[in-house]
Design a protein around this ligand. Structure first.
Ligand code: URA
Length: 437
């Protein structure tokens, strides 16, 4: 069918056939369909929506627009997690080695920071020598020999998504559940996964601020991924405050290594990481139930096995052999590291988490231009949590900046974006809801 006729069908709220969708995506990939036609189609989908079957066909066509990895030679489940993004979200850094230590393979293809949220890849770039964009052979060798590899989107993985995403970004069609579902899943499914867990963050530091929006997206992703043959569940998790102790690339890497060593573990970060891992261990039948999975995961942490897998992954991908022993030596440090104190007594009642993510960008730990080189050293450490009592000698956080002016600006940002109240706030649970099939 002519491209304009396929667009017309969707414009008129008719259901597209699998053939319509695969022809259109093929045309986008080989350049025979014009950007203006792609823009018109994304707007028609944005306005009129798609059925789960159409979204599944779109996801599969986008997945098949490039290479689809196959792990046939591996004899254990292939699993991964995807997070919709947050502030201080370093879950992937621990989750991949924890799962590998429990006997599954984790070929994790992650992204850079997006908007106010941090990116796993930027965190790994803070390790000197670590190749976040290795060639395919090194990626496969690391997954096979270590069990996990965290890298960036290389080569020809879901190229149709790259084109469509760039057009959606400038045509006001990003916030469509069907398009987001196909975009996220096409990349994940191209990595050849058998099991996936989604961490759908909701709250003022997430892209989906409301629970209803996050739930709808989770339901769509779970439905389509399962229709496409990848067993998937999702957790809705709280993002109304910074996750863990630190925000910033090297600072989050430090926190992850300490977590794997059993030092200074933030309980919310521990709970979310453990529950996401447990979903995958149960779904892939490595364990019979969640409590067995949690026990196995805790053993991998306590015995140092998860840390060992992390260290092996870092070394296999070009990082220092002694990184986990000497991470303080390898990670960049800021010139000015100073506390920020609250100006009043009381309890931490709320934080404007998105603005804290933006404050990291002001410290050059996140991007304002896509080609920007990051300052890995900057950020915030020892961040307070909702419910903490303000004590005279306990700062809200430490700012890591490269000069006095940046410190002052960041300290103002922190003070402006943390709400203090006289009353102890009602504690929010980390895991809001589980979405299964
Ligand atoms: N992340 C993606 O990869 N795609 C979207 O559409 C939104 C978030």
């Amino acid at each position: 069918m002519l491209p304009q006729e396929i667009i017309r069908k969707k414009r008129n709220k008719e259901k597209l056939s699998n053939q319509d969708i695969s022809e259109f995506i093929k045309g986008i990939t080989d350049g025979t369909i014009m950007d203006s036609q792609t823009a018109a189609m994304t707007m028609a989908i944005f306005l009129n929506g798609m059925t789960p079957e159409e979204t599944t066909a779109l996801t599969l066509a986008m997945r098949d627009s490039g290479d689809v990895l196959s792990w046939k030679e591996l004899d254990k489940p292939i699993v991964d997690k995807h997070s919709s993004g947050g502030v201080g979200d370093k879950v992937s850094l621990m989750l991949a080695p924890m799962l590998a230590a429990c006997g599954v393979y984790v070929p994790m293809i992650s992204g850079r920071g997006l908007g106010h949220t941090g990116g796993t890849l930027d965190k790994f770039d803070s390790i000197p020598g670590y190749k976040t964009m290795p060639d395919n052979n090194l990626f496969r060798k690391t997954v096979k020999e270590v069990g996990c590899a965290i890298i960036g989107q290389t080569g020809n993985l879901a190229p149709a998504d790259k084109k469509i995403y760039a057009i959606r970004d400038i045509c006001a069609t990003v916030e469509s559940i069907d398009l987001i579902t196909a975009s996220i899943l096409s990349k994940k499914l191209a990595a050849g996964l058998q099991y996936l867990v989604m961490d759908l963050k909701c709250g003022n530091g997430a892209f989906m601020a409301s629970i209803d929006d996050a739930r709808n997206l989770a339901k769509s992703i779970v439905r389509v991924a399962n229709l496409a043959g990848t067993k998937t569940t999702a957790l809705l998790t709280d993002m109304n405050q910074v996750l863990g102790h630190n925000v910033g690339n090297a600072l989050e890497m430090k926190e992850a290594v300490e977590f794997l060593k059993g030092e200074n573990i933030d309980p919310r970060l521990h709970k979310i990481t453990m529950e996401l891992c447990a979903e995958l261990l149960v779904n892939s039948k490595i364990t019979e139930n969640t409590s067995q999975a949690l026990q196995k995961l805790q053993q991998c942490l306590d015995s140092g096995k998860a840390l060992e897998y992390f260290a092996r992954m870092v070394t296999a991908l070009g990082g220092p052999k002694d990184f986990c022993d000497n991470y303080e030596k390898y990670l960049a440090k800021a010139s000015v590291i100073r506390p920020v104190y609250a100006k009043q007594k009381g309890y931490i009642a709320a934080m404007q988490t998105r603005n804290i993510g933006l404050a990291l960008i002001e410290l050059k730990g996140g991007r304002t231009r896509s080609d920007q080189k990051l300052d890995y050293a900057t950020g915030f450490s020892d961040f307070c949590h909702i419910g903490d009592k303000i004590e005279k000698d306990k700062p809200l956080c430490f700012v890591h900046a490269q000069n006095e002016d940046d410190y002052q600006q960041a300290a103002q940002n922190i003070l402006k974006n943390i709400t203090i109240s006289e009353n102890i706030p009602y504690p929010a649970s980390e895991i809001i809801e589980k979405i299964g099939e």
